[in-house]
Ligand binder design. Structure first.
Ligand SMILES: Cc1cc2nc3c(=O)[nH]c(=O)nc-3n(C[C@H](O)[C@H](O)[C@H](O)COP(=O)(O)OP(=O)(O)OC[C@H]3O[C@@H](n4cnc5c(N)ncnc54)[C@H](O)[C@@H]3O)c2cc1C
Length: 681
């Protein structure tokens, strides 16, 4: 029976539409949401997207170079897979890579179908019509580092991500999907009654905080078929008047519970862990940290890709790899083209090699930036092919058609994240992950350029398809009795009472040697200097000690929610980097330069259920995903959902898990000898 044949109404088992909550509105979240509502009626789930800022604020929006796929006729999924596995340095999961590359062309077709306007090549150089071109116009394609074929589609020249966001947001707006902007995920809420003896309970929903500085306005698109315009709605789904937004703002700052059958974490990466990053401010790894606290396995956090070429100016504006693909070269301060001595592919060597070579060159020249010379490409070509970079660099006072640009590396992409299977399923029932927040295994120890947008699209489609099935039984929602809207500081995060959290933090501080108040800039500096491009044991131990002394902030508002997550993730990252006593892919240890074949496996960590904590344990406002809002009361359920870490738990959990991880990986048919073979590359 397919999805469309399964009835809903009148089903004796009480089947109903799934309530699906997607957290994040980059390519992964938007595609997952669109895919979920693309199934046939009547089984389409009710989908709500919750996002931290404006709907289009994401890493996706800033993606420049493009999206890779074996889409052109002279390319093949096998060639794309081979390039991807090679970049992954022995850790890429063969089955996941096959999905990514095998389903890549279909994902591009889906994006085109959703209205993404990829650039055309009017000259028709080697492009393909694949049945989707108009007339003689064909699609342009770029060559990027470590790709054996030019297979990168781009849009708006170097504004690929912005164009993808534009098109997908328009579809979401038109697709009957509710969107809650300016709302930050605090925690994944577990339903302990579903645990029934299992170690991990089922997801019940999420807790969120609204941004007190933003007007509260949830928007639900019109039904696809109806095609009417968007409208603002209140929590009950009733259309609201624009003045309601001002009224609603008074309730901001309150913690809310959003019940859901399924929660999809699509919160992107965590570039904000580092002092220099190409990522926007929203990239604080919130979803990964929250999922981990809820018992989800995370892996590969030690693998952080540093983009080799960002402008050595505040904001680290990214100068796309595609610029090197078009022929720009890297020069030392003395004009020496040093990359030709480092790698056969020179400037188009894998990213981590280029980034480390630049860092080494900078060290040789006393920290002065290296130079990216694109002058040979000419002003007209640069402005046409890279209009965004052209505008941005000129606005910062650089004329790259006349002079080389000063360049430094910066943290760019998180290869690790929440462990999922090939459909985005995590080990926590009802919890899914997709995009940069997920660890599907496609990137291994290093990501191939332009594969991340593709991962969001391919696995977003897959997750969405899995969420189309109806469910039975009542929707998850705590019982209603007490009508309470509390200020965030007085509220309780389910599974972690804020007041208790504060006490715990003080207890923790008392137990520590020299406790320090959390300071985001200090954390970012520690991560940059000791957990950055080159690591060694002494530096990592020092970083670990410094982080251990930091007191986890109480999650009162967006900033402190992010800070708590950054601290959790920083500790996990350092612990993973310490545990990986080798150099591999993006993880480079100056004290251990060799790659150890025995370590060609992911290190998996899951929070240890350290305390029995009350879930749904305090009154909070429950905002129903559809229908009427329910005001809720605590249940007395107990679950083994883990609390926030104490200072040293992170390292312990990693170490504990490595052996289990090995066993799991060895038992996993996806981890075949193919993966091992590539470790020699
Ligand atoms: C400057 C730059 C250039 C890049 N260029 C390319 C490229 O050319 N090709 C390529 O393939 N990749 C590129 N990348 C990487 C790529 O953009 C990302 O990996 C990809 O867009 C991630 O998509 P995503 O949907 O997983 O996450 P994102 O696009 O980052 O979206 C995450 C979403 O989650 C939301 N969110 C985060 N935390 C919370 C929370 N607590 N509560 C609610 N919402 C939350 C965010 O607001 C955002 O909407 C680039 C990245 C950068 C920064």
């Amino acid at each position: 029976m397919n999805r469309g044949e399964r009835g809903l109404a009148g089903d004796s088992a009480g089947a109903r539409r799934r309530e699906v909550l997607v957290v994040g509105s980059g390519i992964a979240g938007l595609v997952a949401a669109l895919s979920a509502v693309s199934g046939p009626e009547p089984v389409r789930p009710n989908v709500t997207i919750v996002t931290k800022g404006a709907i289009d604020e994401s890493n996706t929006r800033y993606a420049q170079g493009g999206i890779a796929a074996a889409w052109f006729p002279d390319d093949s999924a096998a060639a794309h897979a081979s390039d991807t596995v090679r970049a992954g340095a022995g850790l890429a999961d063969a089955a996941a890579v096959d999905v990514l590359t095998g389903e890549g062309a279909g994902a591009i077709d889906a994006l085109i179908g959703w209205g993404v306007r990829f650039d055309r090549d009017t000259a028709g150089h080697g492009s393909s019509d694949r049945g989707v071109s108009e007339g003689e116009a064909t699609y342009a394609r770029g060559l990027e580092a470590a790709h054996s074929v030019a297979r990168v589609l781009h849009a708006g020249g170097d504004r690929t991500g912005a164009e993808i966001e534009r098109a997908l947001v328009a579809d979401v707006r038109a697709g009957g999907i509710r969107v809650i902007e300016n709302a930050v995920l605090v925690d994944v809420v577990m339903d302990s009654s579903s645990a029934a003896g299992s170690r991990v309970a089922r997801v019940a929903g999420v807790s969120i905080l609204r941004d007190a500085t933003q007007p509260r306005r949830d928007v639900i698109g019109s039904d696809r078929a109806g095609g009417t315009s968007n409208r603002a709605v209140d929590e009950t789904g009733r259309p609201s008047h624009p003045s309601d937004a001002l009224k609603d703002a008074s309730a901001d700052g309150s913690l809310e519970f959003l019940p859901a059958d399924d929660v999809v974490i699509a919160t992107g990466g965590a570039g904000q862990l580092f002092a220099h990053t190409t990522n926007p401010g929203v990239a604080t790894g919130d979803g990964v940290a929250a999922a981990w606290r809820a018992g989800a396995e995370v892996a590969d956090l030690e693998f952080v890709q540093f983009h080799p070429t960002t402008l050595d100016a505040p904001g680290n504006f990214l100068i796309s790899e595609a610029v090197r693909g078009e022929g720009a070269v890297l020069l030392g301060a003395d004009g020496d083209r040093f990359m030709t001595r480092v790698h056969d592919d020179a400037e188009l060597a894998p990213r981590d090699i280029v980034a480390r070579a630049i860092a080494a060159q900078m060290a040789r020249q006393g920290g002065a930036p290296v130079l990216l010379d694109a002058t040979a490409l000419g002003a007209e070509f640069l402005a046409r092919r890279f209009p965004g970079i052209d505008r941005a660099t000129r606005a910062l006072g650089f004329d790259w058609a006349q002079q080389p640009l000063p360049i430094t590396p910066a943290a760019h992409y998180s290869m690790g994240g929440i462990v999922t299977d090939l459909d985005g399923r995590t080990n926590v029932p009802g919890l899914w992950a997709v995009g940069e927040a997920a660890r599907t295994g496609v990137h291994g120890a290093n990501r191939l350029a332009s594969n991340s947008l593709l991962e969001g699209a391919v696995f977003g489609l897959r997750v969405g398809r899995m969420l189309g099935e109806p469910v039975s039984g009542p929707a998850a929602s705590p019982r209603a009795s007490e009508a309470t809207t509390r200020a965030a500081g007085q509220s309780a995060v389910p599974g972690q009472d804020l007041a208790d959290n504060g006490v715990a933090a003080i207890d923790q501080a008392a137990a520590l040697d020299r406790p320090t108040i959390f300071d985001r800039a200090a954390l970012q500096r520690i991560m940059w200097e000791r957990v950055g491009l080159l690591r060694d044991e002494a530096g990592l131990l020092a970083a670990s000690a410094d982080l251990d002394r930091m007191i986890a902030p109480v999650a009162l508002d967006r900033r402190s929610v992010e800070d708590r997550n950054l601290l959790d993730l920083a500790r996990l990252t350092v612990a993973a980097a310490l545990a990986r006593t080798e150099s591999r892919g993006a993880h480079s240890r100056s004290d251990i330069s060799e790659t150890r074949p025995g370590m060609a496996r992911p290190f998996v960590a899951a929070a240890r259920p350290s305390a029995s904590t009350s879930v749904l344990g305090t009154s909070f406002v429950s905002t129903a995903l559809s229908g009427e809002p329910a005001l809720t009361e605590p249940s007395d359920r107990e679950t083994e959902t883990p609390t926030a870490l104490d200072a040293s738990v992170a390292a312990a959990t990693w170490i504990d898990q490595i052996d289990q991880s090995t066993a799991r990986v060895l038992a996993d048919p996806r981890d075949t000898s193919d993966t091992e073979k590539t470790s020699a590359c």
